[in-house]
Structure formats: structure tokens, C-alpha cells
Design a protein. Sequence first.
Length: 745
Amino acid sequence: MTSHEISPAKQREIERMMKPALTDAQWDRLLAFGEPQEVAEGEYLFQAGDLDYDLILVDTGEIEIVRVSFGWVDETVVGTMGPRSFVGELGLLNGQGAFLSARASKPGRMLRVSRSRLRLLMAEDDELCDIVLHALWARREILRRGPAALTLKLVGPRSSREFLALRRFAERVDLVHTAIELAPGDLWTLGEHGIGLEDLPVAFIQGEPMARATPGMVAERLGLSYQARADEVVDLVVVGGGPAGLAAAIYGASEGLDTVLLDAVAPGGQAAATSRIENFLGFPFGVSGGDLIGQASLQALKFGVRVYAPCEAVDLRPVGDDIDIALTDGRLIRTRTVIVTSGAAYRTLDLERWNEFEGAGIYYAATPLELRQVFESPVVVVGGANSAGQASLYLAANGCPVHLVVRGSDLGTRMSSYLVDRLLEDPRIDVHTGSRVVGLDGQSTLERVSIDSVGDVAARGLFCFIGAEPATSWLADLDRDADGFLRTGTDVSVQSLQRWQGLGREPLPFETSVPRIFAAGDVRRGSMKRAAPVVRRPRPAGRSTVLGVPSTGSREYHRGRRTLLARGGGTTGRAPGRDAPMDGGNHHEVQNRLHTRRVCGDARGGGGQSTRVRRATGSGARHRPARPQGVGRRRRARSRRGCDRCDEDGDDAVRDHGGAAAGAAGAEEQPARRRRRRGLRRSAGSRQHAAGRERRRRAGARLHRRRCHRGDPRFRHRCRPSVLRIPHRRPALLLRPRGRRRRRR
């Protein structure tokens, strides 16, 4: 079943949604958005080719939907709409011009709902919005398989790179079309239509041929390209139509912002090139990339996002309080805010004839469109991440013997475990780890691929999934790292922060080095592609995952900061990511002193380890034993790891950081120390002292939380309890509980 084939049950459901039965109340509310008009028999309400047309409400009378006659086909009636129904399809929302005509077969009273009024209806009435949206989508699905598909006809050779790009654009934008693949022996038939080989591919739009058609030419003709309005300044422009761009556009439009989405090819990005996604939230049975992007695009249209593709941005310049975005055709879009989600460009292998076979055997996606080019033929998949694994399983399930070439020696390094298990169990897939593709061979199309570990293998296609480079070459004025990824938020370099002094603030999260320009998705430096590396990567407790410094709400940060302030440690006392970055010597000084005081002993000498650590280890010289008693799980885990700063194991660490005795001499004194401590703990005075200390600690913690939540200016951070599972000691000055201190008896 292809991406547009549906089951009989789904077909019946779509037919039911095409002509919804409206109640009297629903119909009255719908009529309130229209302008009435009396229509005579034979009168056209809109015709094929009209770039701007209305949703037609049929109060009385009847309308027939007509596909006009072409040079080789006659006029065809696609359907009829009677009273208490409406005429229109999905093109009303995405800006596409009409490709069918609406003609009155019976006179009656009709009402016109303009596109602006239609968007108002969808914004104000949720019930009518769902009914109309389902009907428009269902009609697009039905028209795709009927005679209306001949209104856009694409013709080209099967192995043509340009023809493949044209078909990919039509499918991703969800156009009603027909694609005709010409075999080498069928090219002689073009002469009957006055078309030569040099004119391919050809797009027939309403029967008129467009030679050497490109996605941009077809989009311009259908009304899908950007058309500037006089003195228009939009609220938000999202550059890039991948998952991140679609999500940003939907969120912006749902908040009432006038939102424009631009993409150089078509909405979807790399997600649309994925045959099957099984670990995406909300799809327990998996979903194809095309279906996922199709639903997201429909949701964007629902909220009024204006989607333009192919529409490539080539420059971005601040102009006063606004920003100008230049397109490839020279047109400008003026906006107040920009979100860059341009993603990345596919990487290629440095091989001879690579460019020659692109589109003729080399592909960067594994969808039904590419599958038709290599159906039941041997293929080679290059890559070691999830995309390569999903493509291999999809191709093998459709009858293609697969050679998976992985450069690394371990397949599970960058691939999810569930994919690794399936690949190794599938007999149709041969996995070659520690291997590389070293050569390509074939006539006009790819026929053989050379792998260094196995030699030449027959291959009708090579699917390349070796990652991508950030598409930021057109953003020369923004701060980027050495690899081209955009720096955002507190990651912006110090040199770029100078321009922010006039604004009196630092960059917001996800904001680039230029104000009001944000970045999201793969183009942003530090973006996380998978969750597993975050879970598996060890990180010091109490540090922010993003900044790599103590969290402003953590107990570790405030205890160390106030201690250094009291000792004159030189720290500025400003929270990282808020007033100024806490970097350089100050940050490391805080961490080293915290480590020295808490674990390894007092750096000023004399005291050795802290009381809690001594009680846990039973020694002033040996810290962090393998399995200490009476401590929490997190501290026990750190004890098993050993001392992070000393690079010593917990069982063998005998270095003295605070003046405590070490080595054999210290070991001889340990039993005496333990006896003295046990005697002190047995005394009544010691027990009372420990109880009072615990009461004061708890009172200080309660006061800390109350001041934090009441907005005390000294506590402008967010309190994060249970971050470290380390007892929160009361700071000497700020958290001392008031009241008379209880005198010890």
C-alpha cells in the first residue's frame, strides 16, 4: 500500500466526512460568516485557474464541480453539492489556486465566505472548525485518485534527477497530481505532443505544457509562492519546514501571531524522508515520516500559518526594529521576529561519479517514492544511526536485499537497541561493520557498489544516511561555532554580547547573537538528537545539563557561593545564565572548594574531612569507601566511582587534602579515632547536640524555602529540592532561624 492508498473502511469514512450533515444550529452559525448571492443556472461561482476564490455555502439550489476539458480529454463532472452543504477543498487554506470549476446546475441562494472570513470562523468556532477541516481534507484525498488528478500531470524519465525532485515536491506539498514515468523505449511518444527530450521533465497544468519544469515554476503557477502585500509586516517568519519549524509555526499561530513558514524544498525536512518512526510520542504502532509531516502541515493550516515552498531564504538583515528576509528571486519579507530552523544539508561521500548518480541511483531518503525506483532490487545503505536502520528495515520488508555499511565497529554506538536487534535478526539484511564504500559503477544509472570489506556487490540504489551539515552559510552575521552551528542564549560569545549592552539584557534562551532572531532544531549548537546519550552520559550532580555549571537553584551552588563570599573568595555572586556567566577561575574555585570541604577535607588544614563523611567512612584519611553505611544511594554511587577530582578509587584513596594524616601512620591511628568517636556519640551531651543541630538545619531549610517562594530579592532563583540528596546545611548569616537559642543542659 503506497502513501496515498487507503483501505475500504478508510474510504467509507472519508466519503462520510466529505458531506457532513449539519444541524440547524450549526448551519445558522455557518451562514453568519457568508455574503448572500442569488445565482442563476449555468453561472460559475469560481473557475479553474482562479488564484483567489471563496468557500461557497449552498442554501438553496445545486452546484456541480467540473474538471474542464483539455486538448485530449473532455469535460467531466466530479461531483454535485445540494442544499445545506458547502463547496471547497484544502486549497482554500494553503493558498493554492482553484484547479476545478464550480457551476450552478440549479438556481438558488448561495453565500460566499472569503478566505479571511474562513480563518475567522476556524479561530472562533471550534465545532465548525473541526467539521470544515475534516471535509476539506477528505475532499483532497478523494480528488487525488479521481479525474481531478489530471489537472496537474508530470512527465519525465524514471532516472531523471529533475523529475524526481518535481515528484517529491508534489507529494510533500500534497498536490492533486498524476506522475507518468517514461521508460527509455517510450520516449518516441513525446513527438506526438511536440515535446523533445531536452524539454523534460514537463508539467501539464490544466492541459498546458510547461517545459523543463522545476518545483519553483510549478509553485508560482499554482499560487503557492510568496506574494508580498503592500506594506506588510508579519509577526513571525519561520525559516525551515522540518519538525522544529512546523512546531514553532503552529505555536506562534495558535497565539494569534501572523506567521509565515518558508522552506527551500517542501515541508518535512529529514523527517519526511524517514520510512517509519516507532519511538515518536503518541504513535505506539509507528508512523511514516510523510504521514507525520502531513498531519503537522494540516495542523499548521488550521491555525492560519501561511506555508510557502519552495521558497529559499538567502539573506537576513535587521532594519530598525524589524528584520528583512531576502528570497532567491529578490523579494523581501519584513517581519518582527525570525526563528531559524533551516536544519542541515545531507553529507555526501567523496567518490567519483557521485554527482552523476545522484537521483539516478543515489538517494537520501527511503520513502515509497524512492522504493518504486529500486523495487525488489539489491540496494546498499550507508550509515550507522537510526535513519539508516529504519531505511534498511523498510527496504528489506519490501523485497530488497540490503547491504548495510557501517564505518564503526559497533552497530549500537549511534543506533537504538531495538533497531540493532531487528537488523541482526533479519536474514535479508547483511551488516558490514568497519567497512566503507570505495567505488560506484554503472552506465546511465547505478549498477554496482564497491565495499572495501566484501568487494563489488550488485546495487540498484545507494541510500546515504551519514548525517548532515548545518545549513547556516547564508547567516554570516550570526555567531556560529567552528562547525557552523548557531550559538544561542548563554552560549553566545563575549564579543557578540557587546551589541546587547544597549538593550540592557542578555540573549534569551534560543536567541542568537542578533536580537529577535532565534534558532531551534538541528541548526542550533548543543541541540540533542536522541534521549539515550543524555541518560547514559555521566554528569556531576547539581550541575545544569545545558550550562555545565552549578544550577542556580541547587543547594550546592548557594552553599559554595555564600561560603566564598564570607571568606573573600572573589566570586561575583551572580547566577550563571542570569546576570553574568560564572565562568573561568570563579566557577572552578567554587567547585574545588566545595569538593575539598565536603569530601576531601578542609583545604585550610587541620580539620580533615567533614563530620558526615567521617561518620560514613570511619576515617579522617580514607574517604569514600566502596559501600559506606548510613548514606544515600547517590552518595553511595559516587563512592563506588571514586573521587572525581583526585582520580583515585574510593577504596584506595589515601591522599590528604586537608592536612589529615595519610598512609601507614594514619592507618594505625584509625582504631583509636573510631573508639573516641563512638564514646562521644554514646554521651548524652553529644546526642543532644546532634538533635539541636538537626532542628536548626531543618528550620533554616524551611526559612530558605519560604523566602524563595515569597520573592525575597536575596533568593531570586528557583528552589530545587532533592537535586543532590545531600543534607542542606544552614548558611551562617542568611538562613539563621530567629528566636532565642535553646541552652544546652
